[in-house]
Design a binder for this molecule. Structure first.
Ligand SMILES: [Zn+2]
Length: 244
C-alpha cells in the first residue's frame, strides 16, 4: 500500500494486458508504474499516469451546472418507473383515510348516544388495529421513497465530484472509487499517453446519458425510463459507500 501509487493493480498495460505495479527510482526520487510482465518494458511516470486518470474522471463527471437538474431528472425517471409503487401508495393512503373516517364516525355515534361504551370500545379497538396495519404498509412504501431521495442525492453528488473525491482520498479511498467507477479496471496506453476507454459503472453511465439529454433539451425534463437493471439496485453505488 503506497499512497503515491494508488493506480497499481487497477491499471493494466495496453501492450499485454498485465496489471501494473509500481516502484520508486530512489536516485531520482520519482515514482513509476511498471508492467509486471517480463520483457514488456513498459514504465510510466506515476505523475503522468495520475494526470491521465484525473482527465478520465473529469470526463466521466457530471457538469456542476447539471447537478440539481439531474437530481430532478432522476427523481422523475425513478418515479416514472415506480409508478406501480406510487399507485400502491395512493391506494394505501385512501384506505387510511377511510379507516380514519370510520373511527370519527364511531366516536360521534358514541358521543350522541347512538351506541354504548362497550360497542364503541369494541369497534374502536378493531379500527385502530386496522389503522396500525395500514400505517405499517405506508411506512414501507414511504421508506423506499425517502431512501430513493437519499440515493439520488448521494449518487449525483458523487458523480459530480469524482475527481475531487479521488484526489482528496487516501489510498484505500482512491482504490475504492476506481473500482466503483471502472469495475473492470482500466488500460493505460504508453504509446498514446492516456487511458483507453473502458466500461464505466452502469448507473454512472446512465446518469451521464441523462445529463447529456438535459443539455440538449434545455426546455426541461425528459420522460423516459432508464434500463430497468439500474432500478433494481446499481451495484456498488449506494449511500453505503459513504465510507469513501
Ligand atoms: Zn505489458
Amino acid at each position: 500500500m503506497n499512497e503515491a501509487l494508488p493506480l497499481k493493480g487497477f491499471t493494466k498495460c495496453a501492450a499485454c494486458g498485465t496489471p501494473m505495479t509500481g516502484y520508486i527510482n530512489r536516485k531520482k526520487k520519482i515514482y513509476y508504474y511498471r508492467c509486471q510482465k517480463k520483457g514488456c518494458n513498459c514504465n510510466i511516470n506515476a505523475n503522468a499516469m495520475k494526470r491521465a486518470f484525473e482527465e478520465q474522471l473529469k470526463s466521466r463527471s457530471i457538469d456542476s451546472k447539471y447537478i440539481e437538474p439531474l437530481k430532478k431528472q432522476l427523481a422523475l425517471t425513478f418515479s416514472y418507473m415506480n409508478k406501480k409503487n406510487e399507485l400502491n401508495r395512493l391506494s394505501i393512503q385512501k384506505r387510511l383515510a377511510e379507516i380514519k373516517g370510520k373511527i370519527d364516525k364511531i366516536e360521534s355515534r358514541f358521543v350522541t348516544g347512538d351506541i354504548n361504551k362497550e360497542l364503541y370500545e369494541k369497534h374502536t379497538a378493531r379500527f385502530k388495529e386496522e389503522e396500525g396495519q395500514i400505517r405499517d404498509e405506508l411506512g414501507k412504501v414511504d421508506f423506499r421513497l425517502s431512501n430513493l431521495d437519499k440515493y439520488i442525492n448521494f449518487s449525483v453528488n458523487f458523480s459530480g465530484n469524482l475527481c475531487k473525491i479521488w484526489l482528496s482520498g487516501d489510498y484505500i479511498c482512491k482504490q475504492k472509487l476506481q473500482g466503483i467507477v471502472y469495475p473492470e479496471g482500466m488500460i493505460y496506453s504508453k504509446q498514446e499517453g492516456k487511458y483507453l476507454t473502458t466500461r464505466t459503472n452502469y448507473i454512472l453511465a446512465e446518469m451521464l446519458r441523462l445529463s447529456d439529454g438535459l443539455k440538449r433539451n434545455e426546455n426541461g425534463l425528459i420522460l423516459e425510463s432508464i434500463n430497468p437493471s439500474a432500478s433494481v439496485g446499481p451495484v456498488g453505488l449506494e449511500p453505503t459507500t459513504n465510507g469513501l
